[in-house]
Design a protein around this ligand. Structure first.
Ligand SMILES: [Zn+2]
Length: 237
Protein backbone atom coordinates (compact mmCIF):
# COMPACT_ATOMS: atom_id res chain seq x y z
CA UNK A 1 0.00 0.00 0.00
CA UNK A 2 1.28 3.48 -0.91
CA UNK A 3 -0.19 6.56 0.75
CA UNK A 4 0.53 10.29 0.26
CA UNK A 5 1.76 12.28 3.27
CA UNK A 6 1.44 16.01 3.94
CA UNK A 7 4.31 16.74 1.51
CA UNK A 8 2.46 14.94 -1.29
CA UNK A 9 5.06 12.14 -1.19
CA UNK A 10 3.75 8.59 -1.57
CA UNK A 11 5.20 6.40 1.18
CA UNK A 12 5.10 2.63 1.37
CA UNK A 13 3.25 1.32 4.45
CA UNK A 14 5.71 -0.64 6.54
CA UNK A 15 8.77 1.08 5.08
CA UNK A 16 7.76 4.28 6.86
CA UNK A 17 8.40 2.47 10.18
CA UNK A 18 12.07 1.85 9.29
CA UNK A 19 13.93 4.77 10.86
CA UNK A 20 17.08 3.90 8.91
CA UNK A 21 15.37 4.35 5.53
CA UNK A 22 14.53 7.44 3.48
CA UNK A 23 12.11 6.75 0.65
CA UNK A 24 9.21 8.10 -1.36
CA UNK A 25 7.58 8.78 -4.70
CA UNK A 26 6.89 12.45 -5.40
CA UNK A 27 3.61 13.64 -6.93
CA UNK A 28 2.66 16.87 -8.72
CA UNK A 29 2.14 18.67 -5.40
CA UNK A 30 5.72 17.83 -4.30
CA UNK A 31 6.99 19.95 -7.21
CA UNK A 32 8.61 19.49 -10.59
CA UNK A 33 12.02 17.77 -10.74
CA UNK A 34 12.64 18.34 -14.47
CA UNK A 35 15.22 21.10 -13.92
CA UNK A 36 17.17 19.23 -11.25
CA UNK A 37 16.63 21.05 -7.96
CA UNK A 38 19.65 21.21 -5.63
CA UNK A 39 20.31 18.28 -3.30
CA UNK A 40 19.20 20.42 -0.37
CA UNK A 41 15.93 21.25 -2.12
CA UNK A 42 15.33 17.59 -3.01
CA UNK A 43 15.86 16.55 0.62
CA UNK A 44 13.55 19.32 1.81
CA UNK A 45 10.76 18.28 -0.57
CA UNK A 46 11.03 14.69 0.69
CA UNK A 47 11.24 15.73 4.35
CA UNK A 48 14.73 14.21 4.67
CA UNK A 49 17.82 15.50 6.48
CA UNK A 50 20.51 16.96 4.20
CA UNK A 51 22.24 14.31 2.09
CA UNK A 52 23.89 13.88 -1.28
CA UNK A 53 22.23 12.37 -4.34
CA UNK A 54 23.32 9.98 -7.08
CA UNK A 55 21.00 10.14 -10.08
CA UNK A 56 21.16 9.11 -13.70
CA UNK A 57 21.06 10.21 -17.29
CA UNK A 58 18.20 7.86 -18.11
CA UNK A 59 18.48 6.23 -21.53
CA UNK A 60 15.86 3.40 -21.43
CA UNK A 61 18.58 0.77 -21.00
CA UNK A 62 18.97 -2.37 -18.91
CA UNK A 63 22.02 -0.96 -17.10
CA UNK A 64 22.39 -0.67 -13.31
CA UNK A 65 25.25 1.29 -11.72
CA UNK A 66 26.57 1.28 -8.15
CA UNK A 67 26.81 4.56 -6.22
CA UNK A 68 29.63 4.55 -3.65
CA UNK A 69 29.38 8.31 -3.19
CA UNK A 70 27.05 11.13 -4.10
CA UNK A 71 27.49 12.75 -7.48
CA UNK A 72 25.56 15.72 -8.77
CA UNK A 73 26.60 16.99 -12.18
CA UNK A 74 28.10 14.07 -14.10
CA UNK A 75 25.29 11.56 -14.20
CA UNK A 76 26.11 8.18 -15.78
CA UNK A 77 23.95 6.74 -18.56
CA UNK A 78 21.91 4.03 -16.86
CA UNK A 79 18.37 3.29 -15.69
CA UNK A 80 18.98 1.74 -12.28
CA UNK A 81 21.28 2.74 -9.43
CA UNK A 82 22.03 0.90 -6.20
CA UNK A 83 23.86 1.81 -3.00
CA UNK A 84 24.52 0.68 0.55
CA UNK A 85 26.19 3.93 1.63
CA UNK A 86 24.44 6.13 4.19
CA UNK A 87 23.43 9.62 3.05
CA UNK A 88 23.71 8.74 -0.64
CA UNK A 89 20.16 9.09 -1.97
CA UNK A 90 19.55 7.31 -5.28
CA UNK A 91 16.62 8.18 -7.49
CA UNK A 92 14.95 8.15 -10.89
CA UNK A 93 12.69 10.68 -12.62
CA UNK A 94 9.50 9.69 -14.44
CA UNK A 95 6.35 10.99 -16.10
CA UNK A 96 4.49 7.82 -17.29
CA UNK A 97 7.42 5.38 -17.14
CA UNK A 98 7.33 3.39 -13.92
CA UNK A 99 9.63 4.09 -10.97
CA UNK A 100 10.56 1.09 -8.81
CA UNK A 101 12.30 1.19 -5.43
CA UNK A 102 14.06 -1.88 -4.01
CA UNK A 103 15.02 -2.23 -0.34
CA UNK A 104 16.85 -5.09 1.40
CA UNK A 105 16.26 -4.49 5.14
CA UNK A 106 18.58 -7.36 6.01
CA UNK A 107 21.66 -6.14 4.09
CA UNK A 108 20.64 -2.48 4.25
CA UNK A 109 21.01 -1.92 0.52
CA UNK A 110 18.66 -0.07 -1.83
CA UNK A 111 18.08 0.65 -5.52
CA UNK A 112 15.99 2.95 -7.71
CA UNK A 113 14.89 1.78 -11.17
CA UNK A 114 13.32 3.54 -14.19
CA UNK A 115 11.33 1.31 -16.54
CA UNK A 116 9.18 2.20 -19.51
CA UNK A 117 8.51 -0.40 -22.17
CA UNK A 118 12.08 -0.24 -23.44
CA UNK A 119 13.49 -0.74 -19.94
CA UNK A 120 11.04 -3.56 -19.28
CA UNK A 121 12.10 -5.23 -22.55
CA UNK A 122 15.78 -4.67 -21.62
CA UNK A 123 15.03 -6.26 -18.20
CA UNK A 124 16.40 -3.36 -16.19
CA UNK A 125 14.54 -4.49 -13.06
CA UNK A 126 16.01 -8.04 -12.96
CA UNK A 127 19.36 -6.37 -13.67
CA UNK A 128 18.97 -4.20 -10.54
CA UNK A 129 18.08 -7.25 -8.40
CA UNK A 130 21.15 -9.08 -9.78
CA UNK A 131 23.34 -6.04 -9.02
CA UNK A 132 22.13 -5.94 -5.40
CA UNK A 133 22.92 -9.66 -5.11
CA UNK A 134 26.39 -9.39 -6.65
CA UNK A 135 27.45 -6.07 -5.09
CA UNK A 136 25.95 -6.43 -1.60
CA UNK A 137 25.24 -10.16 -1.22
CA UNK A 138 21.49 -9.49 -1.05
CA UNK A 139 19.18 -12.50 -1.25
CA UNK A 140 16.29 -11.76 -3.63
CA UNK A 141 13.90 -13.26 -1.08
CA UNK A 142 14.90 -10.53 1.39
CA UNK A 143 14.34 -7.68 -1.07
CA UNK A 144 11.11 -5.70 -0.90
CA UNK A 145 9.90 -3.75 -3.92
CA UNK A 146 7.51 -0.87 -4.53
CA UNK A 147 6.23 0.09 -7.98
CA UNK A 148 5.19 3.74 -8.07
CA UNK A 149 2.67 5.57 -10.25
CA UNK A 150 3.03 5.25 -14.03
CA UNK A 151 0.94 4.91 -17.15
CA UNK A 152 -1.69 2.20 -16.71
CA UNK A 153 -3.02 -0.38 -19.16
CA UNK A 154 -6.07 1.90 -19.57
CA UNK A 155 -3.95 4.54 -21.37
CA UNK A 156 -0.84 2.72 -22.61
CA UNK A 157 -1.92 2.15 -26.19
CA UNK A 158 0.96 0.89 -28.34
CA UNK A 159 1.77 -0.49 -31.78
CA UNK A 160 2.30 -4.16 -32.50
CA UNK A 161 6.08 -3.60 -32.55
CA UNK A 162 5.86 -2.77 -28.84
CA UNK A 163 3.11 -5.22 -27.83
CA UNK A 164 5.03 -8.02 -29.57
CA UNK A 165 7.93 -7.63 -27.10
CA UNK A 166 5.83 -8.94 -24.22
CA UNK A 167 3.86 -11.99 -23.14
CA UNK A 168 0.25 -11.92 -24.37
CA UNK A 169 -0.72 -12.23 -20.71
CA UNK A 170 0.01 -8.49 -20.35
CA UNK A 171 -1.47 -7.31 -23.66
CA UNK A 172 -5.12 -6.39 -24.04
CA UNK A 173 -6.61 -6.41 -27.53
CA UNK A 174 -10.12 -5.20 -26.79
CA UNK A 175 -9.74 -1.97 -28.81
CA UNK A 176 -8.36 -1.04 -32.23
CA UNK A 177 -4.78 -0.98 -30.90
CA UNK A 178 -3.14 -3.13 -28.22
CA UNK A 179 -2.79 -1.89 -24.64
CA UNK A 180 0.11 -3.05 -22.45
CA UNK A 181 0.19 -3.53 -18.66
CA UNK A 182 3.70 -2.36 -17.72
CA UNK A 183 3.22 -2.75 -13.95
CA UNK A 184 2.03 -6.33 -14.54
CA UNK A 185 5.14 -7.09 -16.61
CA UNK A 186 7.43 -5.58 -13.95
CA UNK A 187 5.67 -7.48 -11.15
CA UNK A 188 6.19 -10.73 -13.06
CA UNK A 189 9.86 -9.91 -13.64
CA UNK A 190 10.28 -9.33 -9.90
CA UNK A 191 8.70 -12.69 -9.05
CA UNK A 192 10.91 -14.42 -11.65
CA UNK A 193 13.91 -12.76 -9.97
CA UNK A 194 12.86 -14.18 -6.60
CA UNK A 195 11.36 -10.96 -5.17
CA UNK A 196 7.95 -11.89 -3.78
CA UNK A 197 7.10 -8.81 -1.73
CA UNK A 198 5.95 -5.93 -3.88
CA UNK A 199 3.68 -2.95 -3.17
CA UNK A 200 2.07 -1.43 -6.26
CA UNK A 201 0.66 2.11 -6.39
CA UNK A 202 -1.68 1.09 -9.21
CA UNK A 203 -2.31 4.73 -10.14
CA UNK A 204 -2.37 5.77 -13.81
CA UNK A 205 -0.41 9.00 -14.37
CA UNK A 206 -2.18 9.65 -17.68
CA UNK A 207 -5.65 9.37 -16.07
CA UNK A 208 -4.91 11.58 -13.06
CA UNK A 209 -3.29 14.86 -14.12
CA UNK A 210 -4.35 16.52 -10.87
CA UNK A 211 -1.91 14.32 -9.00
CA UNK A 212 0.75 13.33 -11.53
CA UNK A 213 2.79 14.53 -14.50
CA UNK A 214 2.08 12.57 -17.70
CA UNK A 215 4.28 12.74 -20.79
CA UNK A 216 1.60 11.17 -22.95
CA UNK A 217 -1.47 13.02 -21.68
CA UNK A 218 0.36 16.36 -21.77
CA UNK A 219 1.99 15.70 -25.15
CA UNK A 220 5.57 15.81 -23.88
CA UNK A 221 5.19 19.26 -22.29
CA UNK A 222 5.21 18.31 -18.62
CA UNK A 223 7.29 18.01 -15.49
CA UNK A 224 8.99 15.04 -13.84
CA UNK A 225 8.33 13.20 -10.61
CA UNK A 226 11.16 11.77 -8.51
CA UNK A 227 11.33 8.40 -6.78
CA UNK A 228 14.00 8.47 -4.08
CA UNK A 229 15.52 5.96 -1.67
CA UNK A 230 18.54 5.90 0.64
CA UNK A 231 19.92 5.09 4.06
CA UNK A 232 20.15 7.52 6.95
CA UNK A 233 23.41 7.79 8.81
CA UNK A 234 24.00 6.17 12.16
CA UNK A 235 20.53 4.73 12.63
CA UNK A 236 20.35 1.12 13.66
CA UNK A 237 16.63 0.61 14.10
ZN1 LIG B 1 -5.09 5.61 -17.59
Amino acid sequence: MLRPDELGVLRVSGWADWGWLIHGFSTRSTGDFLDWPSDDEICKRFGAAAAGTAMLKQVHSGRCVRADRAWSATRPEADAVCTNRPRVLVGVRTADCLPILLVDPSRRAVAAVHAGWRGAAARVLPSAVESMASEYSCRPGDIEAAIGPGIGPCCFEVGEEVAGQFSEEFVSRDGPKPHVDLAGILGAQLRQSGVDRCAIAGHCTSCDLDRYFSHRAEHGDTGRMLALVGLREGRTC
